[in-house]
Design a protein around this ligand. Structure first.
Ligand SMILES: *[C@@H]1O[C@H](CO)[C@@H](O)[C@H](O)[C@H]1NC(C)=O
Ligand SMILES: *[C@@H]1O[C@H](CO)[C@@H](O)[C@H](O)[C@H]1NC(C)=O
Length: 379
């Protein structure tokens, strides 16, 4: 169960309510709302196969139409529940069984073949085309946790191969990267829950293991600081991870009806003050479980144009340009953000590299791109 979408238009309200605001600030007030909106989300794949493998709940068409409808309204939440029935079974697996020098968590994490494969897969020549290695996220003994988690693959993988994960990520809506790893799980599990059953097939310290090779997919670019899930106990059986690498996909797709993307690096647009007189329309932060997807900004920009024209809002100005970026607090917990304009600004205006709030937290920008409605591009 996860909330799919939550967005905040507080800044829009603020900007409308305070015409005296001069400088274009980062949406710091909205940031906490966006993080909170993602806080109930699943942050990574369940150990074993306890959750469905390849179902993505992120549908950009649905989310974009919700966003368009919510240009002035409150957020929507979509939830889904899955229930299944219970029998012990020998689980399927796709990785080598580690039994030497023992079938133990320690032997699993020390298994040389896992280390060798992870290090080989981090070499530039092995990084899938269109992807980059997440700096420092190589051969970790932990998996990523992030509210933008989408889904995972295991049974369809025949070996530890980032290229297979990349191919799947390329076809998965909202996927901006993945984490590939080996997971030590119990061999005998309840067929319904895919974890040991304390009555019928309990998890013991000595229970035989199996290895699952998995890729887990995320909607926001992973940072090495997200490598925090070191495993768990299932009964007394120790689930652990080895050879965990992460990769990030090139984030800025080209969009129909827009020119660009133009990279603004780690800076957002700073429109001239007073911003309300210089084409600034609003800034929108998305719940931390919403993928980085400029399609959502485009849907919102277009809906804003229609709304402004119909209601005379913002002097009826059309949205012709938007800046999509990630807003980080102290370098972590990024939230997807879009700023909208009726005046197109080029890279020379991408000057906001961050700011502090009154408590000393530093807000910074990453993955900043400009998109211009056809015919509006300015260098
Ligand atoms: C943006 O910041 C990241 C993290 O600090 C850094 O690795 C990257 O090189 C920066 N990119 C640009 C274009 O400055
Ligand atoms: C962010 O960093 C500042 C300065 O080091 C610190 O005062 C603040 O407590 C940090 N905030 C969080 C949420 O870690």
């Amino acid at each position: 169960m996860r909330a799919v979408l939550a967005l905040s238009s507080l800044i829009y309200a603020l900007a409308a309510a305070c015409p005296l605001v001069k400088r274009q600030d980062l949406p710091i007030e909205d940031y906490e709302n966006a993080v909170a909106a993602g806080s109930g989300s699943v942050v990574g794949p369940a150990a074993g196969d306890a959750a469905s493998e390849s179902v993505s709940l992120y549908d950009p068409t649905v989310v974009a139409s919700e966003i368009a409808a919510q240009v002035t309204e409150s957020p929507a939440v979509i939830t889904a529940n899955v229930k299944r029935a219970v029998v012990c079974t020998t689980r399927t697996y796709n990785g080598p069984h580690v039994s030497s020098p023992a079938d133990s968590a320690e032997a699993f994490q020390a298994f040389q073949a896992f280390t060798d494969a992870a290090i080989a897969a981090a070499k530039a020549s092995a990084v899938p085309s269109g992807y980059a290695l997440v700096p420092g996220f190589v051969n970790k003994k932990a998996t990523a946790q992030d509210p933008s988690y989408l889904t995972y693959l295991s049974s369809k993988l025949s070996n530890y191969n980032p290229a297979h994960c990349a191919t799947f990520c390329n076809s998965l809506n909202g996927c901006t990267g993945f984490n590939i790893f080996n997971e030590r799980v119990p061999l005998i599990v309840s067929s319904t829950t895919q974890v040991p059953d304390k009555n019928v097939c309990p998890g013991l310290a000595t229970s035989p293991s199996a290895t699952l090779i998995k890729c887990a997919f995320y909607g926001m670019p992973l940072l090495v600081s997200t490598a925090t899930n070191v495993g768990q106990f299932q009964g007394k059986f120790k689930v652990v991870v080895a050879g965990s690498n992460a990769y990030i996909r090139s984030l800025a797709p080209s969009l129909d009806r827009y020119e660009g993307p133009v990279s603004f690096g780690n800076a957002s647009i700073n429109a001239p003050a007073p911003v309300v007189d210089h084409g600034y329309l609003r800034t929108q932060t998305f719940g931390a479980n919403v993928p980085y997807d400029p399609n959502l900004c485009a849907a919102s920009c277009e809906a804003q144009t229609v709304y402004n024209a119909a209601h005379g809002t913002k002097r009826g100005q059309a949205c012709v340009f938007f800046n999509s970026y990630i807003l980080y607090k102290n370098g972590t917990n990024g939230v997807f953000t879009c700023a909208y304009y009726s005046t197109p600004y080029g890279v020379a205006y991408a000057k906001n590299k961050g700011q502090f709030d009154k408590d000393g937290n530093k807000f910074t920008i990453g993955q900043s791109y400009g998109y211009y409605a056809d015919g509006s591009y300015v260098p």
